[in-house]
Design a protein around this ligand. Structure first.
Ligand SMILES: NC(=O)c1ccc[n+]([C@@H]2O[C@H](COP(=O)([O-])OP(=O)(O)OC[C@H]3O[C@@H](n4cnc5c(N)ncnc54)[C@H](O)[C@@H]3O)[C@@H](O)[C@H]2O)c1
Length: 369
């Protein structure tokens, strides 16, 4: 089955999505849309499809199976709600960029409407649609990790004071103290939840370095979050937006330690290392341990996550998987935003322990029994 797709919001990320759809055998890119006429027209010429300058017009003229929303906006998610709701109201499945929204009320409403309309609402939580994440999942399924003990995740933008510049006046982040959290934490929280399950407790400390304060930049860019998972395991997330240069693991590392072994993914698409726990009777002195097993994928391009994730969404929709099995669903994206808002609440209460708002229940499909 080929799905007829229209992309809304034709800048950098819309272009990457349109590219992925136009190369995917499960999709037929039929239209692009942007409220800035020139952007829509140029993209339409590039992909050889029809241009629209408003979503209403595109929905009236095209029989779409999927509307792909890449509109960004304040805190990189402020313009996701309107087109997503409009497309769902029109009975279209939606893939929306992350964050699902910058507003928790809007995000809950988007997930509610998709469920009411019985449509596939997916989110581009692309960081675990990779070969290392697939291999890590296999290790877990084979029992090589065992009971989960801890996870340590670091993901952020490398930088420092010399490279910092602040434009002030008007970007998507200017004047929004929590823009880094709302725009970015969807990624690390989605990884933690993908591997470790639901988070039940959150405690956060946030800050910004003095060079941001001096420039009048309000954004809290240093994020330190301690969590507890439903399983009982504990987790730690560190994220920042260009205030320091991270050492071990660089911009992206995820480590999950269990009673039978530990895995670490580096640089998202690049490398997986498995550290088996000592076998029964094996003795190791301090500083020694069983030899790790390294898998280097040879992939360096983070951009590879876009076609991989988009293909998974198309596969799920074309294959009509039960809605509760949709990978990286709107509900999954809502979970990441609930944790983000719990972290903000914790920070505002001086580091208090916060229980994230409960997620809507899962409605199981009887056909999937
Ligand atoms: N998943 C990832 O790895 C990843 C990476 C980077 C960015 N993103 C996300 O991608 C999204 C888009 O990023 P970008 O940098 O391309 O954004 P952008 O702001 O540069 O472009 C958004 C485009 O959408 C258009 N637009 C806004 N509202 C519209 C509407 N209602 N109808 C039609 N067009 C509309 C704007 O005119 C603009 O051309 C953001 O939400 C961002 O968070 C995701």
């Amino acid at each position: 089955m080929t799905l007829r797709v229209g992309v809304v919001g034709m800048r950098g990320i819309g272009d990457a999505h349109a590219q992925a759809h136009s190369r995917d055998q499960l999709a037929k890119l039929v239209a692009v849309c942007d409220v800035v006429k020139d952007r829509a027209d140029k993209a339409a010429a590039k992909f050889g499809v029809k241009a629209y300058h408003g979503l209403g017009e595109m929905l009236r003229h095209e029989e779409l199976d999927v509307v792909d929303v890449t509109t960004g906006g304040p805190e990189n998610g402020g313009w996701h709600f309107e087109p997503t709701m409009q497309a769902l109201e029109a009975g279209r499945n939606v893939l929306v960029e992350k964050p699902i929204s910058n507003d928790i009320g809007e995000a809950r409403e988007m997930v509610r409407l998709a469920r009411e309309k019985d449509l596939y609402l997916g989110c581009n939580l692309n960081h675990f649609f990779t070969a290392p994440a697939d291999r890590a999942r296999k290790l877990m399924d084979e029992g090589k990790i065992g009971e989960q003990v801890y996870c340590l995740h670091r993901m952020g933008f490398i930088g420092g004071e010399a490279g910092y510049s602040y434009g002030g006046g008007g970007g998507n982040f200017d004047g929004f103290p929590y823009a880094h959290l709302k725009a970015f934490l969807a990624h690390p929280f989605s990884l933690m939840r993908h591997f470790c399950g639901d988070v039940t407790h959150v405690q956060a400390f946030l800050d910004r370095p003095s060079f941001r304060r001096r420039a009048g930049d309000l954004m809290v860019s240093v994020v330190s979050v301690h969590v507890r998972f439903e399983s009982g395991a504990v987790g730690y997330l560190f994220s920042q937006r260009g205030d320091a240069t991270m050492g071990l693991g660089g911009w992206w590392s995820f480590e999950l330690g269990g009673t039978r072994g530990t895995f670490c993914i580096e640089n998202c698409v690049e490398k997986l290392t498995y550290y088996p726990a000592p076998a029964a009777g094996e003795q190791f002195g301090l500083g020694a341990q069983p030899a790790p097993v390294v898998t280097d994928t040879g992939v360096k391009d983070f951009g590879a996550t876009f076609p991989a994730r988009i293909h998974a969404y198309l596969e799920d929709v074309a294959g009509r998987v039960p809605k509760d099995r949709l990978r990286a669903s709107g509900r999954d994206a809502l979970a990441t935003l609930e944790y983000t808002f719990a972290a903000i609440e914790s920070y505002e209460q001086g580091g208090a322990l916060v229980r994230p708002h409960p997620l809507p229940g899962i409605r199981r499909d009887p056909r999937a029994q």
